[in-house]
Design a binder for this molecule. Sequence first.
Ligand code: IMP
Length: 445
Amino acid sequence: MPSLSVFGAQWGDEGKGKIIDFFSENADYVVRYQGGANAGHTVVVGGEKYVLHLIPSGILHPGKVNVIGNGVAVDPFKFLEEIDELRRRGVAVDGRNLRLSAQAHVIFEHHRLIDQLSERWRGEGRIGTTGRGIGPCYADKAARTGLRVADLLDPERYRTRLRAALAEKNALIQRVHGEAPLDLSAELERCGALAGKLRPFAGDTGAEVRQAYRSGKRILFEGAQGAMLDIDSGTYPFVTSSNTGANGIPSGASFPPRDIDRAIGIAKAYCTRVGEGPFPSEQANAIGNRIREAGHEYGATTGRPRRCGWFDAVAVRYALELSGADGWIMTNLDVLTGFGSIEVAVGYRIDGRETRSWPADLASIERVEPLYESHASWTEDITGVRSFDDLPRAARDYVERVEREVGAPILMLSVGPERSQVIPRGATWKSASPAAAAPGGATRR
Ligand code: IMP
């Protein structure tokens, strides 16, 4: 009875939205387990573009149950806005196809404000967060001062807990950051109507998903951000505040680790990062600019230009290992068309010593000099190619070289934003295909 984890194997923005949408077709449940509206999953269906921040991409497929698990930091206004927008565009959304964990922590105005003020406070050392209140919300969760969806549903409890939270946060906002405090009655008023709006969606989603798995339903876990932004294993402190790979599922979806049957990482044919922090294969030059323009590398959530660079096999190998991935999917291969020469980081030199392993300490990562291997590029338009053998020779060589270097099978290639723009991999596809890995052993498309 299969469950499948699909997660980002770089610094986020790997094109997960499209791939999760692809797998959703064969899933019964699509489950978010971490992050919040800092994510931006873009899905293009029939020329229509949808950008989802909080609601799982499975919502675009009728008949799927979409779950926001207890590990997600939920901005209730964004949640309701996204529902309204989907309904406006003709997508049916109700308490049957969208479930919200009553245990999920809620992002309030004070979280957003403190996120932004903390960034200002850090100055040069800022993280470059999305400013969506993610870090402060998770900090309150760990400090046991946060409010959960269940608290919002109980007006008396909600008032008491928000009053207590704001008393402390206002002291911080005023005395440390020198800004005007938030007004408790305005906040209570603003959030007053939420209970009625959230109630139809709220429940014990962990129990629902476990029960669904036991009864043979196919569960797809939708990761947000990427492994290199993982709070424990990423480039700390330049990370997001959750566990982004399959490692986040047991706690963030209340799902037993042994029942995660398969894991598939997603990585672009090159690499990007938004915000601050180490990025060994970054090309802060004309090459990076060219990748950015060719790949439209601007944030789906914040619109920020993404930092761009070459594919980093060391980082992706590490990311896949962390989640025990069965294989991975390479996205945006078409973006590298016409580049002349393409580089791949196959190892690092740190203080004169060469390594193929990801260094655990941030100080080393900052001193990394990538060891590159050059590849010829191709000039043909590959966006219409649907079979690996029809790719230009140079593209096939690039994919195979990267696959060998990463040491895990590439199960599929993506060559454009549309659902249909994918290339299954020949022999690899048959032996370890997403069809086999997909919930329910989906049939190949
Ligand atoms: P936060 O998650 O808003 O706290 O931001 C922390 C770091 O994660 C920053 O570098 C963000 O740019 C990055 N980040 C958060 N969400 C995403 C995402 O969905 N894609 C790419 N980077 C992200």
